[in-house]
Write a protein that binds this ligand. Structure first.
Ligand code: ZN
Ligand code: ZN
Length: 346
């Protein structure tokens, strides 16, 4: 089998190796489709504080080819979708119900989705692998992980206002894949969404995906008076956009800081507004098994139409070329197909 490894920034190497055997509790899966992700691009460009160089890629779906001892509920031939982590269910965070903050969440991570085969570790098989129905394509099923992050963000928003869990309107800053997934979720939830973006191409896609309104970020910066929203989701990952997110939130509203900033970053925020206007400043990270199940149901029911976010379907052999394109900010998400021959939608 082939497995892509990231060995240094911007260096992808192919390894030919015998396909592994699944250990107790594990599954060996033949990858049918894998997706690129913003985290992969970040790691490709400069490494990642929590992820080591090595087997590359984490968003995928495929077919079970071998089942380890003690595995229940799966058999060879099952089409499956999964996320790359699972909580330990034993640490303080897990016991208190914040499994997304599990202290060991990255201990047994399933990396190496850019490959012909991947082994899914026991903890993931137990909680975060699901059978994929025939009606859902492999490419759409591979959205389980990024969409789970977005669903978690919305559950954080919901919990911040018990009287009115869903805000009547939301502004989304940043029109990358994650911003677009937030837009699709807002649409599904019946929340009017305003997309704030910089490129004309991304504004166009946001409109096509059903944004109630779009705002050019450069126009906004020049405007004397800013609109305000019941909720603002920041997913552009810049100091300035963190500050803008709060400025765009109306009194009594919710600001969700969805994107991260480099570790150690400190952002000055308007304390008067947060206090006197009761603005809920919220963070969101990763997802819990409940979020993942909710996301699986949304994808299976066709409630979140992710297909327009796939920029191209490409043969896995062209992985390096795809990352060079992403590095030049070309496209959103690419679907990589290991099956030799012409790459097509699966
Ligand atoms: Zn991802
Ligand atoms: Zn834990």
């Amino acid at each position: 089998m082939r497995q892509a490894r990231l060995t240094a920034p911007k260096t992808i190497e192919w390894h030919d190796m015998p396909s592994p055997q699944p250990g107790p509790g594990e599954l060996l899966v033949r990858v049918r489709a894998a997706l690129t992700c913003g985290t992969d691009l970040k790691t490709y460009r400069r490494g990642h504080p929590k992820l080591q160089f090595g087997p590359f890629g984490h968003e995928a779906s495929g077919d079970v080819v071998a089942v380890g001892r003690d595995v229940k509920g799966f058999k060879p031939g099952d089409a499956v979708m999964w996320v790359q982590t699972a909580p330990c269910m034993q640490c303080d965070a897990c016991v208190s119900g914040s499994e997304n903050l599990c202290e060991r969440i990255f201990d047994e991570i399933a990396l190496g989705a850019y490959a012909d085969y991947i082994v899914l570790p026991r903890a993931i098989v137990r909680r975060n692998v699901f059978r994929k129905p025939v009606g859902l394509s492999y490419i759409e099923a591979a959205f389980l992980e990024p969409l789970s992050c977005v669903v978690h963000g919305w559950n954080v928003l919901r919990r911040a206002n018990a009287q009115r869990p869903l805000p009547p309107n939301v502004a989304i800053i940043g029109a990358g894949t994650i911003g677009m997934l937030h837009l699709l979720y807002a649409k599904h939830a019946g929340v009017r969404a305003t997309m704030i973006a910089r490129s004309a191409q991304r504004i166009e896609l946001a409109q096509a995906l059903g944004a109630h309104e779009t705002i050019d970020a450069r126009e906004l910066e020049k405007a004397a008076v800013w609109p305000r929203f019941a909720a603002v989701i920041e997913c552009a990952g810049m100091f300035e956009t963190w500050r803008q997110a709060l400025a765009l939130t109306r009194p009594g509203g919710r600001t969700l800081f969805f994107s991260g900033l480099p570790s150690g970053s400190e952002v000055p925020l308007d304390a008067t507004r947060i206090h006197y206007e009761e603005i809920a400043c919220l963070g969101a990270f990763h997802f819990t098994p409940d979020d993942v199940r909710e996301t699986r149901d949304l994808l299976v029911a066709g409630r979140i139409a992710v297909r327009p976010l796939v920029s191209a379907v490409v043969a896995l052999a062209n992985l390096s070329d795809v990352f060079e394109r992403l590095d030049r900010r070309q496209g959103y998400k690419y679907a990589l197909i290991p099956e030799p021959g012409a790459a097509e939608w699966v």
